[in-house]
Design a binder for this molecule. Structure first.
Ligand code: HMG
Ligand code: MG
Length: 302
């Protein structure tokens, strides 16, 4: 077993979470959420995306969100940039990191970004080149690593191939997305092992949606391989507008509670994190889906 002593959490709630809300969350609430997450100690926060506002109107105010955040040395904000237009907006906003997002499923690639996997990779190359030339870090995503809402099974070889191509084009890490949360621990471990065996453990991150309640178990299976970067979403916000039935990501509160219990360092305060989750949940008018957040709230009310 090579479980890491420290895990870097990439908080994706403000993007992966809020992109899936039926309504548009007010700008001030988005800014307060991100500030609250940074206050809780999260150093990597996906703050929004520069995608077509016709496709994802929920993220249309990403430039305003970024402009309203107070600078915090040591905290890195990332945004999704599917093309050069998105990257130009990200450069203007002054972020330090962008992400390109591909898929291991042809059908999902078409639905999500309106092109084939191969076309998407060709489109990403100039984005990655220019981003790096400007001194930005580029993260790569592979979606549908354990199943696709449109085509079902996804070959592991395709996951590895897309991850390799993202690394070869200049991404510093690849986040492996179980977009619809169908994976179970042995499959998740085998998938992460195959990718890490090719691109290296240090470049491998995992991104589990919790649709079937397997998120934490999948993370633990991957931690035991030595994976040390895990994406999560405060309050369990989220889903994907192009993956019907995909519920939120693994909740950050649940992840931090588990890692605290395992003695794995995260640098995140569970209390402050839960407060940020409660605040955004109040804005959305519902309780956090995070079991830990609910338990903490019940304890505080007792
Ligand atoms: P398209 O329609 O094929 O592209 O969209 P286009 O280049 O023909 O552009 C169409 C219109 O969009 C044009 O405007 C462009 O200017 C505009 P019009 O002339 O019609 O007025 N446009 C843009 N506007 C703002 N920013 C941009 C941009 N690009 C084009 N960057 C495109 C292609 C990729 C843009 C589109 O399909 C899109 O925006 N898709 C959204 C995809 C998305 O955000 N999905 C959710 C995130 S991925 C995810 O959740 C999975 C992940 O969490 C991992 C996991 O869980 O697996 C990451
Ligand atoms: Mg996702």
């Amino acid at each position: 077993m090579s479980r890491p002593a420290t895990v870097r959490i990439v908080e994706v709630g403000p993007r992966d979470g809020l992109q899936n809300e039926p309504g548009i969350v007010p700008l001030a609430a988005k800014v307060a959420l991100i500030e609250g997450l940074a206050d809780a100690g999260l150093k990597n926060i996906e703050a929004g995306s520069f995608v077509s506002p016709k496709w994802v109107p929920q993220m249309a105010d990403t430039a305003e969100v970024l402009a309203a955040l107070r600078p915090r040395p040591g905290v890195r904000y990332c945004v999704l940039t599917p093309n050069l237009k998105g990257l130009e907006a990200a450069l203007a906003a002054g972020v330090e990191e962008v992400a390109v997002f591909g898929a291991a499923s042809e059908a999902f690639s078409q639905k999500n970004i309106n092109c084939s996997i191969e076309e998407s990779l060709a489109r990403f190359q100039p984005v990655v080149d220019l981003a790096r030339e400007k001194g930005l870090l580029v993260r790569g995503y592979v979606s549908c690593v354990l199943g696709c809402p449109y085509q079902g099974e996804v070959p592991l070889a395709k996951v590895v191939e897309v991850a390799e191509k993202l690394m070869a084009m200049g991404c510093y890490e690849v986040s492996l997305g179980d977009t619809i949360g169908v994976g179970t621990p042995d499959k998740a471990r085998a998938m992460a092992d195959a990718v890490a065996g090719s691109i290296g453990l240090a470049h491998t991150a995992v991104h589990f949606h919790d649709t079937y309640g397997q998120g934490l178990a999948n993370v633990l299976a991957c931690l035991d391989l030595g994976v040390a970067t895990v994406d999560a979403s405060v309050a369990g916000l989220g889903g994907c507008p192009y993956a019907k039935g995909a519920s939120g990501n693994l909740a950050t509160e649940d992840l931090v509670y588990m890692l605290d219990g395992l003695g794995v360092e995260t640098g995140v305060s569970l209390d402050l994190l839960a407060a940020a989750g409660r605040a955004i949940s109040d804005v959305l008018g519902r309780a956090p889906t995070s079991r830990v957040a609910r338990a903490l709230a019940a304890k505080a009310a007792a």
